[in-house]
Design a protein around this ligand. Structure first.
Ligand code: NAD
Length: 463
């Protein structure tokens, strides 16, 4: 419902452009207001000159995240009625028009309960409502004689003007859940059972992740961009990439190209032992730059390797800065996990390992689950070169026939019922759709048991 409101409002932006002239008449600009300095001294205001925040509201503020043209900023939202009404619209995605190269604005169709204040001085980063329904984000500081209802302020405005750029800007707003942030402690184990209604799981980081998505290991160039755009159009919301796949730029391009709001998409990437592990901060920044989608939902260490604990600690720093949301590991097994967890501050939220009917990880999965760590399967269909054997397995085909489903769907559904997230790779739109259409049938206990018996402990790759 909230998403519907946001989409509706975003759609309304086109209609509200005629209101630009209105805003131009009433909103002051950096250049125009230089001469207003003397007049403004006479105006009384409830704002402190130091912070620009309403003093009576300074104690109960929400932290929110604002993504401007793909770049992430944090802001404090005040406790007043209009700010709380604004918060109720989150997650919110708007196309905001520019005014006089100092502010972006958007007219809502409904009025807020506003309480106008004579601001005197606008600071870059201020978030206001002008009149009753015009949201304004400022990226220049200047004096003004106009009145606004303050909603909040962007905390660190470095890079703000550049992020806004000229012309209209793509802006998303969401809540930063401080309760979840507080819960990110070493001993915090949450309920990581899958929700088959929402098709998601809540990770131990507090973030929600889809349980069926797409892997991009062998997707490159235009094929990668087209496959991901098509996957997003078909409803895929979880994408797995890695530095090693050499396609982070293409994945980012596809996400920016698609019509799906950034905050609805969950992107996993990984950094690789060797050169990247020797200079982790650069490796992480490179991933952010290549993807260019504001923040990374989850970053994994691709394999154990020299310096891996320090590399993970570098990733933790990026989590603190809001540039990465969740952390995890790949190709980690029971022997290594406890020792690793003991050395880091943020518990891994996910372990991505080879898992398919011929290599089932029957001990590793419950072990990680007991630690509150979600498991994810790479090579869920056996991996390239092996999938035809798996997809033609007699037992799987029999079960598939009973349910009127494909062998691939049975294998993937079995993973989901086993608490394992799936990221099968494909560039074929029909297969991509098939691979997320896993929620209108259920395998019986007996069928689950039959598939469990297919385990051969047969790894299809070396790691
Ligand atoms: P996979 O097991 O997903 O199999 C992919 C093969 O199956 C492709 O040839 C594809 O065309 C085919 N296929 C896909 N859907 C199908 C369907 N519905 N019907 C018939 N055939 C279908 O192997 P993968 O893509 O190599 O692995 C999945 C993802 O796991 C990778 O893309 C990558 O993101 C990740 N991965 C991670 C690691 C790691 O070390 N962390 C290693 C390998 C792969």
């Amino acid at each position: 419902m909230r998403r519907f409101t946001a989409l509706f409002l975003a759609a309304m932006s086109a209609l509200t452009l005629s209101a630009c002239a209105n805003a131009e008449l009433k909103t002051s600009t950096a250049t125009e207001t230089g001469a207003l300095g003397n007049n403004t001294k006479q105006q009384e205001t409830s704002f402190s000159n130091d912070t620009g925040n309403p003093t009576e509201e300074a104690t109960e503020m929400d932290t929110i995240e604002i993504i401007i043209n793909g770049q992430t900023f944090r802001a404090e939202l005040y406790a007043n009625t209009a700010a709380q009404q604004f918060k109720k619209l989150f997650p919110l995605h708007l196309n905001m028009a520019d005014l006089h190269d100092n502010e972006k604005y958007f007219y809502f169709s409904d009025d807020f309960d506003t309480t106008d204040e004579e601001i005197k001085e606008i600071h870059a980063g201020d978030i206001f409502i002008y009149d009753k329904n015009c949201l304004v984000l400022f990226y220049e500081s200047f004096k003004t004689e106009y009145s606004y209802t303050p909603l909040g302020r962007i905390s660190d405005t470095s890079g703000l003007k550049k992020a806004f750029g000229t012309g209209a800007a793509d802006v998303s707003f969401s809540i930063v859940d401080t309760v979840d942030a507080d819960n990110r402690s070493q001993n915090f184990v949450n309920d990581i059972s899958f929700n088959f209604e929402t098709k998601t799981v809540i990770l131990n980081s507090g973030y929600e992740m889809p349980i069926a998505g797409i892997g991009t290991y062998s997707l490159h160039g235009d094929t990668c961009v087209d496959s991901i755009v098509s996957a997003l159009e078909q409803g895929v919301r979880l994408i797995d990439t890695a530095y090693m796949y050499g396609n982070e730029e293409e994945v980012g391009e596809a996400i920016r190209k698609s019509n799906v709001p950034r905050e609805e998409i969950f992107v996993i990437t990984k950094i690789y032992p060797g050169e990247q592990f020797q200079n982790p901060e650069k490796a992480i920044q490179d991933a952010l730059d290549k993807l260019d989608i504001g923040y990374i939902d989850m970053m994994l260490l691709h394999h154990p390797g020299d310096n891996d604990v320090n590399v993970y600690k570098s990733m933790e720093k990026f989590v603190e800065q809001g540039k990465i949301r969740s952390l995890g590991l790949s190709n980690w097994y029971i022997e290594e996990i406890d020792d690793f967890i003991a050395q880091v501050n943020i518990k891994p939220a996910l372990v991505q390992n080879e898992i398919h009917p011929y290599y089932q990880e029957q001990k590793v999965i419950p072990y990680m689950h007991d630690l509150g760590i979600v498991m994810q399967a790479w090579y869920p269909l056996g991996g390239r070169g092996h999938q035809s054997e798996l997809l033609n397995d007699k037992t799987i085909l029999e079960i598939a026939e009973k349910h009127g489903k494909s062998a691939a769907q049975v294998i993937l559904r079995r993973d989901l019922q086993n608490g394992v997230v799936v990221i099968p790779g494909s560039s074929n739109p029909a297969h991509i759709l098939e691979n997320i259409s896993l929620f209108d049938f259920e395998l019986t206990d007996e069928e689950m048991e039959k598939i469990a018996k297919l385990d051969r402990n047969e790894k299809h790759d070396w790691y």
